[in-house]
Design a protein around this ligand. Sequence first.
Ligand SMILES: C[S@@+](CC[C@H](N)C(=O)[O-])C[C@H]1O[C@@H](n2cnc3c(N)ncnc32)[C@H](O)[C@@H]1O
Length: 313
Amino acid sequence: MSEPTGAARRRGPFQVGDQVQLTDPKGRHYTFTLEAGKNFHTHKGSFPHDELIGAPEGTVVRTTGNVAYLALRPLLPDYVLSMPRGAAVVYPKDAGQILAFADIFPGARVVEAGVGSGSLSSFLLRAIGDQGMLHSYERRADFAEIAQANVERYFGGPHPAWQLTIGDLQDNLSDTDVDRVILDMLAPWECLEAVSKALVPGGILCCYVATTTQLARTVESIREIGCFAEPQPWESMIRNWHVEGLAVRPDHRMIGHTGFLVTARRLADGVEPPMRRRRPAKGAYGEDYTGWGGKDAQAGGSGEAAGGAPGRD
Ligand SMILES: C[S@@+](CC[C@H](N)C(=O)[O-])C[C@H]1O[C@@H](n2cnc3c(N)ncnc32)[C@H](O)[C@@H]1O
């Protein structure tokens, strides 16, 4: 039986064409591709790639300046943070949340927009596997090109389950019987009508947005379109810990914000969403509320450029 796409590059001794992540004595990472006959240069000397070709992962190499570097293959979370970027990437902590709470399963039919730099596309392709289908839509040809190169470098070639279309999702979405739709873009509410036609009953819509104003408009628009069960919004934070002798405490620094996530399940056609059990808090839709769908409603930031939201670059 042939191995799933990309699996051969995830185990065994280092081979020509593999990605290698070096860690220096200060914990800094350097990523490169193994090529026979080449040298890796640092400001403290160099070493030949040939020293790693055929060696097991976890090998330590020394430069001509006698600095030791630990050599491992980058994990997907390492890879997406070090690969070339067009747009801001979905952070690994959020990709993990999306895989779990949007219930991405082997063989799933998934639609995604935008593709940006291809971080989430790589996580989705790994989860759906060769028997699944991921149709990704990206409005910017230059970003699509970067994403395609990143995804193909990670999997060691084209992934059989991946189709990439350049254009706006809302104008081009032709897929039907889609199990999951993931939107990571400035204005997911513009895509809701198209997405609701594509999703199967019980299917999941998952939106990733950078700001509270985008979050509010996304949630209210999902309620308004009327073919989804009550949307669930949340965010996640990871706090790393410093553990050394008696000094056991959270790290001083953390990524405080990346984005907000919302999931909603597609109802069967013709079904009215059940009434929410709790009434909105008094004043929630008071005189000052002008709605999030009107001309005046503004998203507070795009989170789309590589330098967008502070936590996403
Ligand atoms: C934040 S980036 C996506 C990052 C990507 N998920 C990743 O993990 O690398 C948002 C992308 O959405 C694209 N975009 C925005 N609106 C779109 C739409 N309606 N249809 C397709 N792509 C869209 C933008 O061009 C941009 O590349």
